[in-house]
Design a protein around this ligand. Structure first.
Ligand code: F6P
Length: 357
């Protein structure tokens, strides 16, 4: 038996741990593993791939990025915008299938987010032996309580906030940190709460900057002269909506810049000195945390179990400390967003975090 693995979309700390898990578990079954480079692109003839033996994955668990390379562009992009699904053209699917057949791949493990798994679902429906592994630092995939990479991302947010805290306090400034999260505010909410932010602005909860300014003034009156604000890149400015740096990025807009706008507005409304920092791809790079190293390996091992049992069309899923699986379509039907009435949001409010509403 020979199985294939590819990762697609943005990279994510823990991808190499998944590869290590897949290769180790497959080896125990006496199977070969082929890793395709740069996502689905590696499937296009003549094929860009490498054999992955256990000795090829020694030491990669602790490495960020992915040894296979990845892309969020190319011939297989299934989602070109929010809710805008494009099918992969039949001729592209047929060309990729030739590589699968020539290499006699009997299961293809796709480690990806919403877009890559949507492609995976199309291929599965066309008869491919697909198994999905959820991947996104944004943690916005349905049908899994957590994806690997998220913990590493929020650890970077917390480190950033800890640093902004000391400089902000020294200068009595309002420090705004813009974090990732295209559609969902999980990184902002978890990172903000763990990093003791005072204000957290999310895509899911419309905010009013006058309310945030009043909150900052109240803190000033109580002698808390510095305020830490976390804003998700996908949050919408009350007047103006999403803030983008580039509207023509292969179909998906590139978000960025809301931190600067929030900082400028808060300075006008409070008269305080404000500074903005964009954490950006620091959240995606670097070594995975212990949790992501373990989750990644467990996901990889579960993907091989699914292949062994012929459970194609399923995605590995993490639920209540247990790794299991669900149909891929459950994961891609809709994004998992922060629910304003959830216990987590209530807890954030209870500890005094202002959500701007
Ligand atoms: O979806 C993950 C993510 O990190 C988003 O949070 C962010 O908007 C996007 O990827 C950035 O993508 P790129 O690496 O193409 O700039």
């Amino acid at each position: 038996m020979r199985i294939g693995i590819l990762n697609c979309g943005g990279d994510c700390p823990g991808l190499n741990a998944v590869i290590h898990g897949v290769v180790g578990a497959a080896d125990q079954l006496g199977w070969e593993v082929i890793g395709f480079r740069d996502g689905f692109e590696g499937l296009l003839p003549p094929g860009d791939f490498t054999m992955l033996r256990p000795q090829d994955t020694i030491g990669i668990v602790k490495q960020g990025g992915t040894i296979l390379g990845t892309t969020n562009k190319g011939h297989f992009a299934a989602k070109v915008g929010e809710g805008d699904i494009a099918e992969v053209p039949p001729e592209t699917v047929a060309r990729a299938k030739r590589t699968m057949d020539q290499l006699e791949i009997s299961a293809l493990i796709i480690v990806g987010g919403d877009g890559s798994l949507t492609t995976g679902l199309q291929l599965y429906r066309e008869g491919w032996p697909i198994i999905g592994v959820p991947k996104t630092i944004d943690n916005d995939l349905s049908a899994t309580a957590m994806t690997f990479g998220f913990d590493s991302a929020i650890t970077t947010v917390v480190d950033g906030l800890d640093r902004l805290h000391t400089t902000g306090a020294s200068h009595k400034r309002v420090m705004v940190l813009e974090v990732m999260g295209r559609h969902a505010g999980w990184i902002a909410l978890w990172g903000g709460m763990a990093g003791a932010a005072d204000v957290v602005l999310l895509p899911e909860i419309p905010f009013d900057l006058q309310k945030v300014a009043d909150f900052i003034k109240k803190r000033d009156a109580l002698s808390y002269h510095s305020t830490l604000v976390v804003v998700a890149e996908g949050a919408k400015m009350p007047e103006g909506g999403l803030v983008t740096v580039d509207d023509n990025h292969g179909g998906e807009v590139r978000l960025g810049g809301i931190g600067e706008q929030v900082a400028r507005r808060l300075s006008e409304l409070t008269g305080k000195d404000t500074r903005a920092t964009i954490l950006g791809h620091l959240q995606r790079g670097g070594a995975p945390t212990s949790l992501d190293r373990i989750l990644g390996q467990r996901f990889g091992v579960m993907a091989v179990s699914l292949a062994r049992d012929g459970m194609f069309g399923r995605m590995v899923s993490y639920q209540a400390y247990h790794v299991d699986s669900v149909p891929i379509e459950e994961a891609v039907s809709q994004l998992r967003l922060v629910t304003p009435e959830s216990e987590m949001v209530k807890a954030a409010r209870a500890v005094g975090i202002c959500l701007g509403d």
